[in-house]
Ligand binder design. Structure first.
Ligand code: ATP
Ligand code: MG
Length: 602
């Protein structure tokens, strides 16, 4: 090893830039926030090549005095706080004094600024951290900062940039977040010389309408609740406006866009009884609380926060939104699943099921009913067991053709009841359907997990009360070393001590599993086979283990709506007709089979 020495300033800034400036959108965020902190009422953004070539911001804020221009680009230099007390009650978006220095260390930067009561503006240029002397320039009161060629001097980081379209999309999303939080400010966004968005100063409702569109505005319930020193304002989409992804979830704490697990959880819970699990609510919500009640200095990009009284925040957000939804439900009937495309009979099932939450199957969304096309549900060859049992009943290759002739009855029909806590009996157009409920549910969960893992979107469910378990050193090491793999699989675990761990979140698809047992099983697989094998050749086994823990157990009493929910899930799950071990999950006995069994008509 070589001798210890201090790092050069440029390298220090580049290291810091690694945290703050990940891609053009993050530089854009920092610059926008600076303009807002400077009191600007008009902000203009110009981007070229998705921001990779140019990010330029012009504002009409207070500007920077000529003498302070070099300082603005220096690290640990800020006009926003001077003491720890300031930090604890910080009201500005910036306070770390490192954003401009970080950006300047990885771009060619030009900073032009003029303050009130001066004759002209001044300009400084920087390249990779080195600064030119300020020179006179023309500019109105305010600031223009242009950052060219992001990562020009750090090729390894440049390689991580994606296509122009992707980088631009991130910039646009960032722009929208900031613009949503500041409706009173006018914003313009240009990309490659063309105006992409022009937002006049307005009220929040208008801004939300412009950015999220007519559909959201129509479906949005206004929220304005104040209690225990907190205020929640904004709009929550009615459940019918739910989305397949989380793309319309905007939550701001004291004007700052945050991604906060606690808040997401509180909102998820608020929608719990009115929204299908696989759907995501849409909202734009602003939580305001005393700055001393929230620590914003948790993460360099400030996207995470820590609440002093997280329980109170959770409760407050949950109740505010849940009550708004309940009120609207009473008035408009939105507390039912949208049933527009369901047949009469099926929609009843949907409604009944929507009231039920324990199993997590809850309401089926209407899309879950593709009646004719692409059903892979031709009846299986009977297993030897069934063949023996029903020897002589030759019509085992029943097809679903008659079902299609009667569009009101789904392929697997409607549940009649449960047999010995193991089988579901259902009636469809052809006759009787027998379902092995554990095997079928296991398969459904398995296929969903697989799909989620394929698209790297295993949704996680934070546990309100984390599960603590005593484990051996190897499990502890696994948790320590395989955090990424665990997260990929939808888990969040942390080491508590040399022989205990906490399970903080599990895959949402397995929310009915015992978190401790599930965690143990997964850690064991990971430990035995290693992360890389578990995600490749042993992947299906691992998913099988997980699915088995998440699936409903034998002897668990199911209500009719739950059974129907499972039948509907099976219909839309590929390969649902076999369990993970290749056994059939369901079996059709046609009326003809039954007739033969009873020697009717003979
Ligand atoms: N658009 C602007 N108008 C006026 N002053 C600005 C502008 N941008 C930056 N400044 C000044 O430059 C200083 C440094 O900005 P920089 O973004 O690096 O740090 P910060 O905003 O104080 O903290 P953070 O690193 O958390 O963003 C700011 O404190 C502010 O005084
Ligand atoms: Mg800043």
């Amino acid at each position: 090893m070589s001798a210890i020495q201090l790092l050069p300033d440029l390298l220090i800034n580049q290291i810091a830039a690694g945290e703050v400036v990940e891609r053009p959108a993050s530089a854009l965020k920092e610059l926008l926030e600076n303009s807002i902190d400077a009191g600007a009422t008009e902000i203009e953004v110009r981007l070229a090549l998705g921001g990779m070539k140019l990010i330029q911001i012009t504002d009409n804020g207070c500007g920077i005095p000529a003498a302070e221009l070099p300082l603005a680009l220096a690290r640990h230099a800020t006009s926003k706080i001077t003491s720890l007390e300031d930090l604890e009650r910080v009201g500005s978006l910036g306070f770390r004094g490192e954003a401009l220095a970080s950006i300047a260390s990885v771009t060619h930067i030009t900073l032009t600024s003029r303050i009130e009561n001066t004759e002209h503006a001044w300009l400084v240029e920087g390249e990779g951290g080195a600064l030119s002397a300020p020179q006179p320039a023309a500019h109105a009161v305010g600031c223009t900062i242009a950052a060219h060629d992001l990562f020009f001097n750090t090729p390894a980081r440049r390689k991580f940039l994606k296509s122009e379209a992707t980088e631009y999309a991130h910039c646009e999303e960032m722009f929208k977040r900031v613009a949503l939080a500041h409706p009173a400010i006018g914003f313009t966004l240009q990309h490659n010389g063309r105006v992409a968005m022009h937002l006049r100063p307005s009220d929040l409702a208008t801004r939300v309408h412009t950015i999220l569109g007519e559909d959201f505005s129509q479906a949005a319930l206004p929220i304005a609740v104040e209690a225990v020193g907190m205020r929640l304002a904004g709009f929550a989409g009615v459940p019918a406006y739910s989305r397949a992804s989380r793309d319309a979830q905007y939550c701001f704490v004291n004007g700052r866009f945050v991604r906060d697990k606690l808040i997401t959880h509180a909102l998820r819970e608020a929608y719990r009884d009115v929204l299908h699990q696989a759907r995501h609510p849409a909202y734009v919500l602003f939580l305001t609380l005393d700055p001393t009640g929230v620590d914003v200095n948790v993460h360099p990009t400030k996207i995470e926060v820590r609440f002093r009284d997280s329980r109170a925040v959770h409760q407050f957000m949950y109740h505010a939104v849940q009550q708004a939804l309940a009120r609207a439900g009473g008035e408009q009937g939105v507390n039912q699943v949208p049933v527009s495309v369901l047949s009469e009979q099926a929609s009843d099932v949907g409604r009944q099921a929507s009231g039920f939450s324990e199993l997590g199957w809850r309401a089926q969304v209407p899309q879950a009913m593709p009646r004719q096309a692409s059903m892979s549900l031709a009846v299986n060859e009977p297993s030897p067991f069934y063949s023996a049992l029903f020897a002589g009943a030759s019509e085992t290759q029943a097809t679903l053709a008659p079902v299609q002739a009667q569009p009101d009855i789904p392929p697997l029909g409607f549940a009649l009841g449960q047999l010995h806590g193991v089988y579901i009996l259902a009636q469809n157009a052809a006759g009787l359907v027998l379902v092995d409920m554990h095997a079928a549910h296991e398969r459904v969960v398995y296929e969903k997990l697989k799909q989620a893992l394929d698209t790297q979107t295993v949704p996680t469910q934070p546990l309100l009360v984390p599960a603590a378990l005593t484990v051996g050193p190897l499990e502890v090491a696994t948790v320590e070393e395989q955090g990424d793999t665990l997260r990929q699989l939808g888990f969040e675990m942390a080491v508590l001590s040399p022989n205990s761990i906490a399970v903080r979140a599990i895959p949402a698809l397995l929310q009915d599993a015992d978190p401790s047992e599930l965690a143990r099983a997964v850690l064991q697989d990971l430990r035995e086979f290693g992360a890389s094998r578990v995600l490749t050749e042993r992947r299906n086994e691992l998913l099988g283990t997980m699915a088995c823990h998440g699936a409903v157990r034998a002897n668990r009493r199911l209500m009719i709506p739950e059974m129907n929910a499972l039948l509907r899930e099976m219909e839309t799950t590929e390969r649902a007709d076999q369990c993970n071990h290749g056994r059939p999950t369901w079996f059709q006995m046609s009326l003809a089979d039954l007739d033969k069994l009873f020697m009717r008509g003979k």
